[in-house]
Design a protein around this ligand. Structure first.
Ligand code: HEC
Ligand code: HEC
Ligand code: HEC
Ligand code: HEC
Ligand code: HEC
Ligand code: HEC
Ligand code: HEC
Ligand code: HEC
Length: 577
């Protein structure tokens, strides 16, 4: 009770110390709610162990979920990469990864000359790829350089699946476009050049738990989506009042998150449940699924019944599952080119407004890896709302396919999103007949399986089977054939947009048609962009069922070594087991 009245006092006190109105539109008149409940300030957060003292099962499940391990401090338990002196030779230099007691270092060498030494302080990721953050301890810069104090991302990552170190340009789909080498033979994206992007400027915003007020402070910044809730609806003045009340004026414009405000390193209960202080006292004050504070009265949806409200639930997830929303290479229909934009994709989809993330994902229990077979709960979610298709015969009549080979998700959530190792399903639930899909020539659900059929064939079958008529523009002809009769898979493999080529490679890798297409796919192992080449390698390996050896194909080696290898592989790979 004491705490409650104190908050009201703070809120009232704030009106007198109003910020300069010149800084924004007119000042909100904060209406201190009678209850004074707050779950957005640092002091409102109690940490997962406290929650776990009553919710034992949720706590145990969460401990196994990648959310809990997203970011960790560097420790022997957290580190998955090989730091036993393993190294990568790349672009004429060498990165060595080594351990000294419980400290982990990355050394960069040019021949025998030590160029830099970085002390690893944090790790990011635990499932597909682990990234590292560190502080430089040795380097050519003078001792006053911020590099010796700040935590920056290291530009080599550990591929958990391949069990090897790789420059990030091999793993990251959008940040490293263009050919790997410049015409003069130097690297376009040189991983040995340190990156001055401090970890707490970007990565930390989606990978840690910190108080919600700091998310609101970012509402008007470029990444304003971190609040999860619709940005346009909260006035600048209210956000300013929040900052003013907490003495956080400078935080309104700060790019960096202060690590001392973190609730946990990693994503814990209160990233989704907001500060649980009042609830955690004895469990009698219900926890709220909406951000609440006297100054926010009238903004957030009503907390009663919020748990079943798709706006609320999706907003919680949208805080983080929104990256790349403005990326120029997203698909023309609004689907993501790269994963972790699921909430925004869902907003663009057919069922937006009704569907909730939690209908398919139990957010406490770790899911299977991306690429896994559909689970019954996914299909169940579709027919929970589209109830007419619940009866199998009806579903079959609708899809004209056997549900065992082709599911609702195959046609309505195609695999067109670049994941860490495979292709994730788009979370924009769509219809294969949408003009934004078929008429733009982007990969469509039908031809991602029927790779040997043309766009014209799909157009015809959509009309025959579903009565859907799509007009295909003649502008597609140069790639898809004069009568649009060229097999779509072959056309996509040669598409000028790299992402289309890689999505097609992924489709062949899953398809019985993959083996016959090996010669064409293998040709792309000579692609000049590192990421694209990596993706074609994954496709080839998935088709032949094993990894290629360094003598067969040097992924990171110089182009001259690779060129003859690619030529040799093309001839004999189809016979390889
Ligand atoms: C002292 C024990 C206790 C602690 C600590 C505790 N809870 Fe609870 N919690 C309960 C009880 C009891 C209920 C059931 C109350 C009810 O159903 O009305 C509950 C219910 C919930 C619910 C379901 C609410 C709903 O509307 O369906 C959530 C979510 C929740 N707790 C999250 C948390 C989180 C997050 C924390 C840590 C910040 C936490 N709890 C800490 C006892 C506790
Ligand atoms: C806008 C939110 C957001 C930002 C900013 C962000 N990430 Fe992520 N990150 C995600 C989401 C969401 C996922 C999960 C994607 C998935 O599983 O499909 C993810 C996954 C990852 C993974 C994969 C982990 C694993 O277990 O395999 C790594 C590594 C990673 N991010 C690194 C980074 C780094 C480094 C930065 C900063 C440069 C960063 N991320 C910035 C949201 C973000
Ligand atoms: C990634 C987001 C997220 C995290 C992290 C998370 N929860 Fe939840 N939790 C939810 C959502 C969303 C619901 C509502 C699910 C629904 O209604 O289907 C929920 C429901 C609950 C419930 C009520 C239903 C149930 O499953 O028992 C409890 C209790 C709960 N959470 C406790 C916790 C605790 C304790 C932690 C940390 C150990 C935690 N949650 C971590 C998102 C999260
Ligand atoms: C604080 C940021 C944040 C919030 C909030 C958040 N996530 Fe995540 N989520 C991530 C990151 C980062 C990863 C990547 C973890 C990894 O790969 O190690 C991830 C991974 C996932 C995964 C893949 C892991 C698995 O085992 O299934 C799913 C599914 C997921 N989140 C769903 C949700 C849902 C649903 C919600 C809302 C209830 C939610 N997340 C809220 C950041 C967040
Ligand atoms: C929470 C309820 C809900 C769930 C779950 C749901 N939908 Fe929907 N869906 C809707 C609503 C509402 C609409 C828009 C109204 C309409 O046209 O029926 C819609 C529209 C659609 C449309 C487009 C209709 C058109 O005319 O363009 C398709 C296709 C679709 N849903 C497929 C699916 C599939 C596949 C799933 C499972 C992956 C699914 N839906 C899950 C509620 C839902
Ligand atoms: C073989 C592909 C395929 C499968 C499998 C499939 N659909 Fe469809 N679905 C379509 C096509 C094509 C349309 C028509 C699209 C259009 O007119 O734009 C459609 C339309 C819809 C619509 C819009 C309303 C309607 O009936 O026209 C809904 C809802 C829908 N599907 C839900 C589902 C659900 C739920 C499942 C799983 C039980 C499913 N679909 C399985 C191809 C498929
Ligand atoms: C209709 C069911 C459905 C809904 C609703 C749904 N998802 Fe998914 N989600 C899936 C399926 C199926 C996969 C597995 C896709 C794959 O294999 O690539 C998946 C995969 C993911 C992944 C990647 C997992 C990984 O291992 O990398 C993340 C992250 C994710 N979903 C987040 C979300 C978020 C956030 C929401 C709400 C905005 C959401 N999902 C809503 C069905 C759903
Ligand atoms: C997940 C892969 C998959 C997707 C997506 C898919 N199909 Fe099929 N399709 C198959 C398979 C496998 C068969 C043969 C077995 C069967 O009928 O289930 C088939 C058979 C067919 C046939 C009959 C045989 C033939 O080749 O003439 C037609 C026509 C067809 N599909 C059209 C479509 C159309 C149109 C779409 C998009 C709306 C579509 N398919 C989506 C896998 C798929």
């Amino acid at each position: 009770m004491i705490v409650v009245s104190l908050l009201i006092l703070l809120a009232v006190g704030h009106i007198e110390a109003a910020p300069d109105p010149a800084r924004g539109p007119e000042l909100a008149s904060p209406q201190a709610s009678a209850e004074g409940y707050s779950n957005i300030r640092r002091e409102d957060y109690v940490g997962p162990e406290e929650c776990g003292s009553c919710h034992i099962e949720n706590y145990e499940n969460w401990k196994q979920h990648p959310h809990s391990r997203m970011n960790q401090l560097a420790s022997p338990e957290a580190i998955l990469g090989d730091f036993s002196g393993a190294y990568v030779d790349y672009g004429g230099r060498r990165a060595v990864f080594r351990r000294q007691d419980d400290d982990f270092y990355v050394d960069y060498f040019d021949g025998s000359k030590l160029l830099r030494r970085i002390h690893v302080t944090r790790v990011i990721g635990s499932r597909y790829e682990q990234d590292y953050v560190g502080v430089q301890v040795l380097g050519p810069e003078p001792a006053t350089d911020p590099l010796y104090a700040e935590e920056n991302r290291i530009r080599f990552s550990w591929s958990i699946d391949r069990h090897r170190w790789l420059p990030q340009s091999y793993m990251e789909p959008t940040e490293y476009p263009g050919s790997e080498y410049l015409p003069d033979g130097s690297l376009r994206h040189d991983p040995f050049v340190v990156e001055r992007v401090p970890f707490n400027e970007r990565c930390a915003r989606c990978h840690n738990t910190y108080p919600y007020d700091m998310r609101l402070y970012r509402l008007f910044a470029e990444d304003g989506m971190v609040s999860g809730f619709a940005p346009g609806t909260l006035s600048r003045a209210v956000v300013a009042s929040l900052a003013q009340e907490a003495g956080d004026w400078d935080r309104l414009t700060a790019e960096r998150l202060p690590p001392e405000r973190f609730v946990t390193v990693g994503i814990s209960c209160e990233s989704c449940h907001f500060g649980g202080r009042e609830h955690a006292v004895d469990g009698t004050t219900p926890i709220r699924f909406v951000p609440t504070h006297p100054l926010l009265a009238g903004w957030a949806p009503d907390h009663k019944g919020a748990r079943g409200n798709p706006i609320v639930i999706n907003s919680i997830c949208r805080q983080c599952h929104h990256s790349g929303v403005g990326a120029p290479d997203n698909w023309p229909d609004g689907s993501a080119s790269v994963n972790s934009m699921e909430a925004i994709e869902q907003d663009h989809g057919a069922c937006a407004g009704a569907i909730r993330c939690t209908m398919c994902h139990n957010t406490h229990i770790a899911g299977p890896r991306a690429g896994a077979a559909d689970r019954p709960e996914h299909i169940a979610a579709c027919v929970e709302c589209h109830a007419d298709l619940r009866v199998e015969a009806k579903a079959r009549a609708h899809s004209h396919h056997d549900g065992g080979t082709t599911s609702c998700l195959d046609c309505h959530m195609p695999r067109i999103v670049q994941g860490f190792t495979g292709y994730n399903r788009s979370h924009r639930i769509s219809s294969p007949g949408e003009p934004e899909i078929l008429a733009t020539g982007m990969p469509n659900a039908c031809n991602l399986c029927h790779l040997d059929r043309s766009l014209a064939w799909t157009q015809k079958e959509l009309a025959l089977g579903w009565g859907t008529r799509v007009v295909l523009p003649q502008a597609l002809a140069p790639l898809f054939g004069d009568d649009l009769e060229r097999p779509a898979g072959a056309a996509w493999l040669q598409h000028p947009v790299p992402m289309v080529r890689t999505v097609a490679a992924g489709a062949y890798a899953r398809s019985p048609l993959g083996r016959a297409a090996l010669p064409q796919i293998t040709d792309h192992l000579g692609e000049p962009n590192a990421y694209v080449r990596m993706r074609f390698l994954l496709a080839v390996e998935q088709i032949i069922g094993r990894q290629l050896r360094e003598e067969e194909y040097s992924l990171t080696g110089p182009t001259q070594r690779r060129r003859p290898q690619v030529g040799a592989l093309g001839g004999h790979l189809p016979n390889l087991k």
